[in-house]
Write a protein that binds this ligand. Structure first.
Ligand SMILES: Cc1cc2nc3c(=O)[nH]c(=O)nc-3n(C[C@H](O)[C@H](O)[C@H](O)COP(=O)(O)OP(=O)(O)OC[C@H]3O[C@@H](n4cnc5c(N)ncnc54)[C@H](O)[C@@H]3O)c2cc1C
Ligand code: FES
Length: 265
């Protein structure tokens, strides 16, 4: 069940280069939301645009929920300047959530995809479930978590300025040196090229993999059809529209790697 709640900002801070974390007091949604789900935000009371802005939740504490975002346009520009106590109209929880942790999770985030992965990390920790966490970025400035291989926390940077040099695939390869990947399952959220690379890697090595897609969204509740994704065809015969296309807001955002035709949406 999703609901609309008028939340109150309880904090906002820059945690890495152009990366902000805001916390909202929203006790009803915070009590229900699970790792992988998102909220749809009206950034301000006088928001002049039609559409809300979808954001994954990065964690909950008490009646508060947090989001982590990069400033890319007007909505996120509003969010980073939120003052404590400001009321923010949100709808949630929306979408499906990460589940099925029978195999050892390798959870992988990059760019704006770190939020749902960070929530998943804390969810697995609270259940005492052994797992690996990988976060990828271009440079050290974008990281806010310590590279700590002994705790199975791996940071990567494209330029080698922090953690493992290379992209997140390089980090999975270091795990593969010690761990049979067929005993693991990948959980991925990040920029489209990263998700596409992990999808190909998982399919090639026959590893289970769930991917959280982030498309441009409008309504967030299955009405506008603006967030469609294409499934890998199951059979050669013509299938119905709903068998061919899913809605990221309703059927996702999390899909199995082997059912997604492309992560470039
Ligand atoms: C389910 C879901 C969860 C999300 N979670 C997060 C999150 O945790 N943190 C975060 O920073 N962002 C997240 N996003 C993306 C975020 O909603 C958009 O970037 C949002 O449009 C920003 O609003 P804005 O008004 O600042 O920028 P806009 O003016 O809307 O957009 C600025 C630029 O970003 C592009 N853009 C918009 N949406 C996306 C998108 N989904 N992917 C790639 N480019 C886009 C636009 O085309 C435009 O060029 C999520 C999106 C979805 C669908
Ligand atoms: S965003 Fe409108 S149907 Fe998904």
């Amino acid at each position: 069940m999703s609901l609309r709640e008028i939340s109150k900002v309880t904090g906002s801070r820059e945690i890495a280069e152009n990366t902000f974390e805001s916390t909202l007091h929203a006790p009803q949604i915070a009590a229900m939301i699970k790792a992988g789900q998102f909220i749809n935000i009206l950034p301000s009371g006088d928001w002049p645009k039609v559409m809300r802005r979808p954001m994954s939740v990065s964690g909950t504490e008490g009646g508060n929920l947090s989001i982590i975002y990069k400033v890319v346009g007007d909505g996120t520009e509003y969010m980073r300047s939120w003052e404590n106590g400001v009321e923010v109209d949100i709808i949630g929880p929306l979408g499906n959530y990460w589940e099925d942790f029978d195999k050892i999770p390798i959870i992988i985030g990059g760019g704006v995809g770190i939020a749902p992965i960070f929530f998943l990390h804390n969810t697995l920790k609270s259940k005492n479930l052994d797992h690996y966490m990988i976060m990828g970025s271009r440079t050290a400035d974008e990281h806010f978590i310590e590279h700590d291989p002994d705790s199975k926390i791996l940071m990567t940077t494209d330029d080698g300025s922090y953690g493992i040099k290379g992209n997140v695939v390089a980090a999975v390869d270091t795990i593969a040196e010690k761990q049979d990947l067929s005993d693991t399952k990948l959980f991925v959220c990040g920029p489209a090229p990263m998700m596409e690379a992990m999808k190909d890697y998982a399919l090639d090595k026959n590893i289970e993999c769930d991917i959280a897609l982030e498309t441009v969204m409008a309504c967030g509740i299955g009405i506008c059809q603006g967030c469609s994704m294409e499934y890998v065809p199951k059979e050669q015969k013509a299938s119905s529209y709903r068998e061919k296309y899913g809605l990221v807001c309703m059927d996702g955002p999390i899909f199995k790697a082997n059912e997604i035709k492309t992560c470039y949406l």
